[in-house]
Structures are given as C-alpha cells and as structure tokens.
Design a protein around this ligand. Structure first.
Ligand code: CO
Length: 370
C-alpha cells in the first residue's frame, strides 16, 4: 500500500513544478511511507524526487523500522555524534539535482534544523509549500483508512460506555477524564491519543475548549465529553453531552436544537455539494431556535491522521465534497454562566450521501449520579 503511495506522489511531483519533496516525521510521512517516527532532536528525512528516486536519512537505531516496512528503501544512517550528521545528509542529497532544486516542504512541519542541513547539502534550494498537493492525496480516504477510522470510533465509543456508570455527583471533571483515558487504552486505543479528553461540567461546559478542572459535578449539570481514540495513526473525535439529574428547561431546549442541527448536518452532507452547505444547514436549525449567536464555531473539521485537517466545515468553504472525505459534524450551543451542549459525530462521504462512523445514541443521556 505504502509503496503505491510513494509512486503516486512521485507522479504528482512530476506534473508539478517541484523537483523533489522532503518530509520530516509526522502524519504525511506515515501516510506516504507507513513510517512513524517521533519528531526529535535527531533529523529524520524522507526524500523523493519527481523521477521517483526515494531515500531516508535516519538515526542508525531506527533502521529496523525501515527493514520491516520498506526493505528496498535506500537509507543513509548516522550515529549519535551530531558532528557527522551534516556529512551524512549531504551524501544522501548527492543522488539528486544539486543546483537550485525546487523542493516541496510542509510549512507546518519542517523545522529550521532540517532546512539548515538541506541548505548546506544543495546549492540555492528554492523551497515551496507542498501542502496543496499532499492534501489532494490525503483528503480522500480509501477503504483501508476508513476501516481504521471506524475502529478508532468503536474504541472511543466502547470507552465512554464503560465510563458512564462510574460518573457520580461529587466526582471531579479531572477524574472522569482519567477514567475515560484508561478505558480508551483498555478498549485498544494506541497509546498516543489524538488529544486529551475534554470533560466540562455545569458553567464550564459553556466553554467549547475547556480543560478538565477540579470542579465536582452536581445535579442539574450538563457534562460535555469530547474525546477520541487512535488506531494505527488514525483518529476518532466524538462529543456527547450528558445530563446529571434534571436539567433546567433552557438547557433541555438547547440540547434538542443541537441534536436537530447535528441531524441536519448529517442529512445534508453528500458528494457534489460545497462543504459550506453542511455548516449552513446545521446553523440554520440553531438560528431558528434563537441561539445563532451562541453557536460560536464552525460545524466541523476534517479528521484522519490528524485531529484537524482538510476539509474544514465552515460556511464560506466552497470546496466540493467527494466520496472518501471524512470529517466531524459537531454543532454546539454555549450559554455563558449556565452550560453548554455539543454533539459530535465522525462521518464519511459515500457515493450518495454520508455515513456516520459513530453510532452512539444522540438522545439525551440522563444519569442520576447517585
Ligand atoms: Co472535533
């Protein structure tokens, strides 16, 4: 699978003005090569020319990973003496055009450390962003990728199901987040979660990006739980809002509005329409319920090897949806001082609509908390 992506990338490079691409560790390196490295002080680089010539520069101690995944890859290794790194990197670049090559890099990933080594290895390199080209590949998930995301969703859902019975009045947001994290690992999540779970209760739930605090949950609280698991590099990102005891009437009203907005978004998403339509359809429901100003974010974002990636689901986005795109649908209403509600699902665009990978109940879950 990964070899075919390397070939596809080379053919796209060939049709572009770029002579080569240089990647450092991150989601795109995983996507193209299947190789997962931590971004550390040791420079690790994947080079691919528009002619299809590929090489890896990496620490000697990582070589087994390559042997297992891409045994034919040409490798340039170095030991822990930084004094030789520059020479090894220069040798690796010898097989490529060395005079003013146009090099594609990821602006959000490439660091001064690696750029500096590249500048010392080739003459007058011209760097440009390879982001649009990479995004055009990564934005459309194949069946294998969708299966991995499905597993990441299943793991997360199982973890919340196992956590709900533990939630009691007097328990802090932090301890609920801790239980949920343990349950995700037990349910089979890879150790590196896409993000630490958000558990926000009562007035705290009116902050869409709250961090779990020491606040103890009380009767009458909405508790927003935004969490996700990871499976072979692919992420899930879900939100459910639960009620502790009886909610005040307005919180119940906003719950219903958010639930309908989530439903409208999922009902609208299909191939051939602009991404913005999904946001607008959900937003319309919330505006009509009288809470337009309390829905303060876009309806969702792309999801895959990153917790946030293309396509971004904001009203003005004219990008046309195509089968295989995966993203979240997560409308919310936030009432400062009172509480908030968000319901988030992970969906994939199919041939004629969209399928939700997450299936957990969207009706209000009420816990007695006793
Ligand atoms: Co999200």
């Amino acid at each position: 699978m990964n070899k075919s992506r390397i070939l596809r990338l080379a053919s796209l490079l060939n049709k572009s003005p770029l002579d080569m691409i240089v990647l450092n560790p991150g989601p795109t390196m995983v996507y193209i090569t299947g190789l997962q490295f931590h971004l550390m002080e040791r420079p690790t680089l994947f080079i691919l020319s528009s002619q299809g010539k590929a090489a890896m520069i990496l620490p000697e101690l990582e070589i087994l990973k390559i042997k297992a995944t891409l045994p034919d890859m040409e490798c340039f290794t170095y030991n822990d003496n930084p004094g030789i790194w520059g020479t090894v990197i220069k040798t690796a670049f010898t097989g490529y055009q060395l005079s003013s090559p146009r090099i594609g890099i990821e602006p959000n990933r490439m660091r001064y450390l690696e750029l500096n080594f590249i500048q010392q290895s080739v003459q007058a390199p011209q760097f440009s962003s390879v982001e649009p080209l990479i995004s055009s590949m990564r934005i459309q998930k194949d069946q294998t990728e969708i299966k991995m995301m499905h597993t990441a969703v299943d793991i997360a859902q199982q973890a919340l199901k196992n956590t709900l019975p533990l939630i009691k009045i007097g328990m802090s947001e932090k301890s609920i987040a801790a239980e949920l994290t343990i349950n995700m690992l037990r349910a089979g999540s890879d150790p590196e979660l896409p993000f630490p779970p958000i558990v926000s209760s009562g007035p705290n739930s009116a902050n869409p990006h709250a961090e779990p605090s020491d606040r103890k949950i009380q009767a009458g609280d909405t508790v927003v739980i935004d969490w996700g698991a990871s499976h072979k590099g692919y992420f899930s990102d879900l939100t459910r809002t639960i009620a502790i005891g009886t909610l005040d009437e307005e919180l119940f009203t906003i719950y219903e509005a958010v639930k309908h907005a989530n439903h409208a978004g999922r009902g609208t998403a299909k191939p051939g329409i602009p991404a913005g339509d999904v946001d607008r359809s959900g937003r319309k429901v919330i505006v009509e319920a009288g809470y337009g100003h309390q829905f303060t974010h876009r309806i969702g974002h792309g999801l895959g090897l990153e917790a946030h990636e293309e396509p971004y689901m904001f009203s003005e986005n004219e990008m046309i949806l195509i089968p295989g795109m995966t993203f979240t649908i997560e409308p919310g209403i936030y009432l400062p001082g009172k509480g908030g509600v968000r319901i988030e699902d992970d969906v994939v665009i199919t041939e004629d609509g969209c399928e939700s990978l997450s299936t957990m109940d969207r009706d209000l879950i009420t816990l007695s908390g006793t």
